[in-house]
Design a protein. Structure first.
Length: 78
């Protein structure tokens, strides 16, 4: 089972990948340094380091589906 606290919901608009809110600093509408074409290698098992432009926090995406990125460590607070 996938641990819910390691997931991060995202949205795509055009070829851009956005977060509604940064889980680290709370900034709204964050444009991630990812394109929709970058999601396919992540889905295929390739890890990807993502640096959040708002607060410079880092996460490693280890998997993705149409709605969520899966990190290698907890991202969400319970």
């Amino acid at each position: 089972m996938i641990p819910f606290e390691n997931t991060l919901p995202y949205e795509t608009i055009g070829k851009d990948v956005y977060l509604t809110e940064c889980p680290y600093c709370g900034e709204r509408n964050v444009l991630l340094p990812l394109r929709t074409t970058d999601l396919t290698p992540i889905r295929e098992g390739r890890k990807r380091l993502i640096v959040f432009p708002c607060c410079k926090e880092k996460m490693t995406a280890v998997d993705a589906d149409r709605d969520y990125l899966l990190g290698d460590r907890p991202i969400r607070r319970r």
